[in-house]
Design a binder for this molecule. Structure first.
Ligand SMILES: Cc1cc2nc3c(=O)[nH]c(=O)nc-3n(C[C@H](O)[C@H](O)[C@H](O)COP(=O)(O)OP(=O)(O)OC[C@H]3O[C@@H](n4cnc5c(N)ncnc54)[C@H](O)[C@@H]3O)c2cc1C
Length: 409
């Protein structure tokens, strides 16, 4: 087995071996963990199955407590530069006619401080903040984990073998790390009854800083122009009471499902369904939450979507990934015993996660009404919004106060 002989880390008063940690996933939770653990004196390795940090432009929000996380990381100015700003939001009826056009703030409910950035911009900024300080293994993944010794023996898909003191899973909603240490996804997955396809299309519509959302009961299509770009992010979202297992596995079944679901749809939807088939960057998934009884097992712990995906209906996935990663790294820095650290992480973070996951029960799917009655209610509510209300931040977004930074000697 390849040696991971620890290098020596000086704390000023004593010399102790540097603890080694392997993080699986280099998206949002992974680089955030890497940043803080490097800062707290850990020797960090990140393994990512893709060949580089994954781009992908759909806009995500960084809100509430997560703003303080990125401020402490020193990347808030870069994210403010990348902030998309409130687009105009136009709601369309079945034929593509305009129901109402609004400033985006009324829909997002964002506070002035909150940020909306392209997901790829956030991952690139996070990667740049750590790439010189930690080891990245791209194009590889964890194959097996063995905790029977004094550390975690890891076999990678590439065949390499190494031992780490700790392994942290930041590998997303379908986490392989979670499956290896806690079991199959099905037992932890709360399916919310929707599917979503996200992909890029050319901006042949001449849209600029604008969202166009077409809805009929149970089906929605959207085009999002984050700037004056040549490209738009297209979304197809639909109600699907049973989890579509074949469509998750098989691209042909996936396209058949989307095509039959949107058959006969108006507006630009037929063209979007066709574009989805040829999209090079298609993201297709069920809309689900992950709810785990415990976020760790032995020397392995989870953060971000792997541990507590809230679903995009809450708009809080990135903020939970940033905040939860800060909390996990902080707990490891303040508790030399990993079991105590993992217990503290969970004790101090779980309520925040629960409050944010609960946002989905509080109108999270209101943008995508499943019935004609719910759609009419939504449209009536939207028509009343023409005079813009002040955006109100949700209490859940800021329901955790970060502990102070750990000062390293
Ligand atoms: C359409 C859509 C819109 C969204 N909008 C918002 C929003 O407005 N606000 C918001 O906060 N969130 C939003 N989200 C959710 C947000 O993208 C996620 O919650 C967030 O990205 C979670 O970050 P993560 O780092 O935990 O996981 P991910 O971003 O899923 O990253 C996991 C990483 O692990 C890698 N990986 C996976 N498996 C392995 C493996 N076996 N080995 C090694 N690497 C692996 C992946 O390639 C990826 O890089 C949205 C999501 C979608 C799909």
């Amino acid at each position: 087995m390849e040696s991971t002989t620890p290098t020596v880390h000086s704390t000023g008063t004593s010399i102790r071996p540097q603890r080694t940690v392997l993080i699986s996933g280099a998206s949002i939770a992974g680089p955030t963990l890497a940043y803080w653990l490097h800062r707290y004196g850990f020797a960090v390795t990140v393994v990512e199955k893709a060949s580089a940090p994954r781009g992908g432009g759909y806009p995500i929000d960084v809100r509430g407590t997560a703003i303080e996380v990125v401020r402490r990381m020193g990347i808030l100015p870069q994210l403010q530069d990348a902030h998309i700003g409130s687009p105009r939001f136009t709601f369309l009826d079945a034929d593509g006619g305009e129901i109402v056009a609004l400033d985006g703030g009324a829909v997002a409910g964002g506070a002035e401080r909150d940020l909306e950035v392209r997901r790829g911009d956030l991952t690139a900024i996070l990667h740049a903040a750590v790439r010189d300080d930690v080891e990245f293994l791209f194009d590889d993944a964890i194959d097996t984990l063995d905790q029977s010794g004094h550390g975690v023996d890891v076999t990678f898909r590439s065949g390499r073998q190494r031992t780490f003191d700790l392994v942290l899973g930041a590998d997303g909603i379908h986490s392989r790390t979670r499956e290896l240490v806690l079991g199959p996804e099905a037992q932890f997955d709360r399916y919310l009854g929707y599917c979503v396809a996200v992909f890029t299309v050319p901006n042949t519509f001449g849209l600029s800083r604008e969202v166009r959302l077409w809805s009929v009961p149970g089906r929605s299509a959207a085009l999002y122009a984050t700037g004056d770009d040549h490209e738009l992010t297209a979304f197809l979202t639909f109600r699907q009471p049973e989890r579509p297992l074949a469509a998750l596995r098989d691209p042909v079944a996936r396209w058949d499902l989307v095509a039959s679901t949107f058959a006969g749809a108006g507006w630009e939807v037929p063209g979007l369904v066709g574009a989805m088939r040829d999209a090079g960057d298609l993201f297709f998934d069920v809309v689900s939450q992950i709810r785990l009884p415990s976020w760790s097992n032995g020397r392995v712990a989870l953060a971000g979507d792997a541990a507590y995906a809230p679903s995009f209906l809450t708009g809080q996935g990135s903020s939970l990934a940033l905040t939860g990663s800060y909390m996990l790294a902080h707990s490891l820095a303040t508790h030399p015993d990993h079991a105590e650290a993992f217990a503290a992480y969970e004790r101090d973070t779980r309520e925040f996660v629960t409050l944010n996951q609960a946002l989905v029960d509080d109108g999270g799917a209101r943008l995508f009404p499943a019935t004609a009655e719910a759609l009419e209610q939504r449209n009536t509510m939207l028509r009343e919004l023409v005079a813009m209300p002040e955006p109100t931040p949700r209490a859940a977004h800021s329901a955790l106060t970060l502990p102070e930074l750990v000062q390293m000697a």
